[in-house]
Design a protein around this ligand. Structure first.
Ligand code: CU
Ligand code: ZN
Length: 368
């Protein structure tokens, strides 16, 4: 079928919204009609050419939500009409990681996905007979996409796609960091560094876990206001004295849980040092630049602080994204404030510009 899609033709150039050929889903694959897609930093990172594993041409986009149009042979968990959220982090439910409760990093299709192919090593996207590679296994800057069944979360029909798409990446990453990676305990004190999509999600996750005190640190007064709306009890403008301030406010001990959602290694260091001696857990959710390293004075670890990383918030996508969406439908997560701009697919480059200017939290593309 012919589809309209936003193609990264070459790095550091605007995306080209053009017509492509999309083949039918093969065995184990699903054709999804997209209704909405968020514009995320990872798309911009790859488009800029800074990402060393990036390739072009490809169709970007990974924060998608839509409706199943057709299923390929052998697909049992989804049927036409089902509402789905796309998962760049799949869940096969069979590999050694999927059967472990300790991680969400499914091993089933990693290699082909990283190279831009569907699990059988080919693409469904083409232009004039030339294959075009997929991106993050999703390629959702498009009217339709073909994806593996194991990379789609089946959500409630009641969830509007323009909100549900945020659960495909940033929001789930933040919520999950608090709920599934750190498993914040009720009554705890938490510090969240960064109030972008991921940090705001972490604030909401800490609140859902019953944290007593949630301090959010950012450089923007506007974002801190959003953090208050998600349940932050304290909102601070960050600076070199932030660690000292956390210690002062916690009788010299530090916070039970800290979260890093800026990707800046100096801030990661602050997040480690602001964690409580004895048992403080620092969860790193931000993505640092290639080659950067995190400095930790070993004494901080010897005295009982722990550091862990979190990819997609530790969320096992097919099982837990539907649960998170349900909590939104139940009124427990306020998603609307995250949507700062609504755009069309043709305006996708404007979405990138807004992000570069740090204007708003998320631009959401709606289709049709
Ligand atoms: Cu993303
Ligand atoms: Zn797996």
């Amino acid at each position: 079928m012919k589809i309209s899609a936003a193609v990264l033709e070459e790095f550091a150039a605007p995306l080209n919204v053009t017509e492509l050929e999309l083949a039918e889903p093969k065995s184990g694959e699903v054709l999804v009609r997209l209704e909405a897609c968020g514009v995320c930093h990872t798309d911009l990172y790859t488009a800029s050419g800074v990402d060393p594993s990036g390739y072009a041409p490809t169709v970007l986009g990974h924060e998608g939500a839509g409706v199943v149009e057709r299923v390929g042979e052998g697909v049992v968990s989804l049927a036409p009409g089902d509402h789905v959220v796309t998962l760049f982090s799949p869940q096969c439910k069979e590999c050694v990681h999927c059967v472990s409760p300790k991680t969400n990093l499914c091993l089933a299709i990693r290699e082909q996905q990283n190279l831009g192919y569907l699990p059988d090593g080919t693409t469904r996207l083409a232009r004039d007979g030339e294959p075009i590679r997929h991106f993050m296994g999703t390629s959702t800057f498009a009217e339709y996409t073909v994806m593996p069944e194991i990379a789609l979360a089946h959500i409630s029909d009641d969830a509007p796609s323009d909100r549900a798409c945020l659960f495909a990446c940033g929001l789930s990453t933040g919520l999950g960091a608090a709920m599934y990676t750190a498993r914040v305990e009720p009554g705890s004190t938490c510090v969240v560094f960064g109030a972008g999509m991921v940090g705001l999600g972490a604030v909401a996750g800490c609140r859902l876990q019953g944290a007593e005190r949630i301090i959010c640190v950012d450089l923007s007064e506007q974002r801190l206001e959003l953090a208050r709306g998600q349940g932050a009890t304290d909102a601070w403008i960050g600076g070199p004295d932030t660690v000292e301030r956390v210690l002062e406010e916690t009788r010299g001990f530090g916070a039970d849980y800290t979260f890093e959602a800026t990707g800046l290694v100096q801030v990661m260091r602050q997040a480690v040092e602001a964690a409580r001696m004895g048992w403080g857990l620092c969860t790193v959710a931000g993505v640092a630049g290639k080659g950067e390293t995190l400095d930790i004075i070993p004494r901080y670890l010897i005295t009982g602080r722990r550091v862990c990383g979190s990819s997609f918030g530790g969320v096992k996508g097919r099982d837990q994204v539907p649960q998170l969406v349900q909590r939104y439908l139940d009124g427990e997560i306020d998603v609307d404030p995250f949507i700062s701009h609504r755009i069309t697919l043709e305006e996708v480059n404007d979405g990138f510009e807004l992000m570069e200017r740090q204007d708003g939290i998320r631009s959401v593309i709606t289709f049709g």
